[in-house]
Design a protein around this ligand. Structure first.
Ligand code: SF4
Ligand code: SF4
Length: 281
């Protein structure tokens, strides 16, 4: 196994917008389950024409990783990043995720490893993720206060116990902050994803950015709510471009903002502008 190249930032199309037309990413859909329920998420609905996180037309088992990577990379030599981003939470089942990361690393040592999580199980996984060579991590944090979090999270399931309401949101936020404190000591770049939900969390986003800046996170990605049929937030109107620009400006006073996110599927393949493309198509 060769050493991981040091200048990874210049090959990551999400963390570095200037290279997004040259380098692509591959999302490996290996994580079906999730340990929380966000009120905007519905992973049951799979339409090959739909492009949003949580959607995947296939699930890949660890023993199929190598042939899958081999076939995709042959067709997309510009892929520099392999990310685990669902369709559930990759750390819901950390052992499976670690096995997948080991396989990718053994298959091709030059690929950048990236992972997205809600952070509930992250504190105990930070060391192992670093050992496995994960160098970019996305953590979704949607609320500043437990009262707001209670409107976003239906439940949080931690250590075989199910939590609801502000207690659930508080527990999730605690875990996220413990993880962020640990990540500060690691060579892992951190992006925060925040889903902007008008009337629920939009007003506290600048203060959330200010709090997260204390953890020296690298990037913040404000994502407009995509109302998904069949979810409790299906009727909420998404923020308009002017609202998003205002919030990015306000949050940008504390953390650099990502503005080119393509809200990719959990099985997305290729350059970011091709976010709708999945292997199943
Ligand atoms: Fe869906 Fe992700 Fe929320 Fe889990 S953490 S419910 S997969 S959006
Ligand atoms: Fe990058 Fe956004 Fe797509 Fe994730 S969803 S791979 S951050 S563009």
């Amino acid at each position: 196994m060769t050493t991981i190249p040091p200048d990874l930032y210049h090959r990551h199309p999400c963390f570095n917008a200037s290279v997004r037309h040259r380098f692509g990413r591959l999302h490996l859909p290996v994580a079906p389950g999730c340990n929380i329920q966000c009120r905007y998420c519905n992973r049951r609905y799979d339409c090959p024409n739909e492009s949003r996180p949580g959607v995947s037309s296939l699930l890949i088992k660890p023993q199929k990783i190598e042939p899958y990577l081999s076939s995709v990379l042959k067709r997309h030599p510009d892929i520099s990043v392999v990310g685990l981003a669902g369709p559930g939470d990759p750390l819901h089942n950390p052992d499976l995720t670690f096995k997948v990361l080991e396989k990718i690393r053994t298959f091709r040592s030059d690929l950048i490893l990236c992972l997205s999580t809600n952070g509930l199980n992250l504190p105990d996984c930070v060391d192992r993720l670093e050992e496995l060579g994960v160098s970019f991590l996305t953590l979704t944090i949607n609320s500043l206060t437990p009262a707001t979090g209670a409107k976003i999270y239906e439940f949080v399931c931690y250590q075989n116990q199910v939590f609801h309401g502000p207690e659930a949101a508080f527990l999730l936020a605690e875990q996220q902050q413990v993880a962020l404190a640990r990540l500060k000591t690691k060579k892992i770049r951190v992006k925060i994803n925040t889903v902007v939900i008008p009337g629920i969390n939009d007003r506290e986003i600048p203060a959330l950015a200010e709090r997260l800046a204390a953890f020296q996170v690298d990037l913040m990605n404000l994502i407009p709510l995509l109302p998904v049929p069949g979810t409790p937030l299906a009727q909420v109107l998404p923020p308009n471009p002017a609202q998003m620009a205002y919030l990015r400006h306000q949050a940008g006073k504390f953390i650099p903002q990502m503005t080119h996110c393509a809200r990719c599927r959990a099985d997305a393949v290729g350059l970011l502008p091709q976010a709708r493309q999945s292997l199943a198509q």
